[in-house]
Design a protein around this ligand. Structure first.
Ligand SMILES: *Cc1c(COP(=O)(O)O)cnc(C)c1O
Length: 228
């Protein structure tokens, strides 16, 4: 089942990219495996999937060492500061950096591990009260400070738009995210300003996200089925 889901998703991503004039290779499928067992992750791996996302450090610390070493892991959950060291060790990319304090901690731990750690800035694009992420208006300042004070590879932006059952509702947030990333890239604030990553789109709205420039779609349910 998982293999079929991945093949279908890859086809849909490809078609969607072509319909909006983008190269299918510019879009990565991140299989979100939170709350799913290693057996299911292996099944995805056997159909060629290498990129996985996890939300909880404790869960990831059990699963990641038990899986093949050529899998690539993105952290997409809320990162508590006392878990920064484990996060730096376990993950290739931390998508949810939203403060200088957290960036400096990750930088310190990555340096101790002699590891080049990549991060994305999580932006609270819907300006929601309870949601994590830096406010859009503060992204430039934070990015500037991270560039000045750490050696982290800052590769782009990650957003979770306000929840909606209709994928069209997300479109405006994704447009805002792309425009914000473009203005930050113009000021050369990312590590690579010609290839800025936009982590946006989940099972319910990834097609809209691709139309608006997503380079990483984070898909759980449509790969592994519903979660408990
Ligand atoms: C769980 C999760 C996803 C995947 O959501 P689905 O709707 O199951 O595809 C994507 N992004 C984040 C940040 C998540 O926590």
């Amino acid at each position: 089942m998982i293999q079929k889901h991945i093949q279908q998703l890859q086809t849909k991503i490809q078609q969607c990219a072509q319909q909006c004039g983008r190269s299918p290779q510019s879009i990565k499928l991140l299989a979100v495996s939170k709350k799913k067992e290693t057996g299911m992750i292996l099944e995805a791996y056997q159909s060629g999937q290498k990129l996985f996302g996890e939300n909880y450090i404790q869960e990831a610390a059990e699963k990641i060492p038990a899986l093949p070493p050529d899998l690539r892991w993105h952290f997409i959950g809320h990162l508590q500061r006392n878990k920064a060291r484990q996060a730096a060790r376990l993950f290739d990319v931390i998508q949810t950096v939203d403060s200088l304090k957290l960036a400096k901690l990750l930088d310190k731990h990555a340096a101790a591990l002699q590891k080049k750690l990549s991060v994305l800035l999580q932006v609270n694009i819907g300006a929601e009260h309870q949601k994590a992420g830096i406010a859009s208006d503060d992204a430039e300042r934070l990015l500037t400070e991270i560039r000045e004070k750490t050696t982290l590879q800052v590769c782009g932006l990650m957003v979770i738009p306000p929840y909606s059952q209709h994928q069209e509702t997300s479109r405006n947030y994704y447009i805002k995210t792309r425009l914000l990333a473009e203005s930050l890239a113009q000021k050369s604030l990312f590590t690579d300003n010609k290839q800025v990553e936009l982590s946006m789109g989940m099972s319910g709205d990834y097609q809209v996200a691709i139309e608006e420039g997503s380079t990483i779609v984070r898909i759980g349910t449509a790969v592994f089925g519903p979660r408990e």
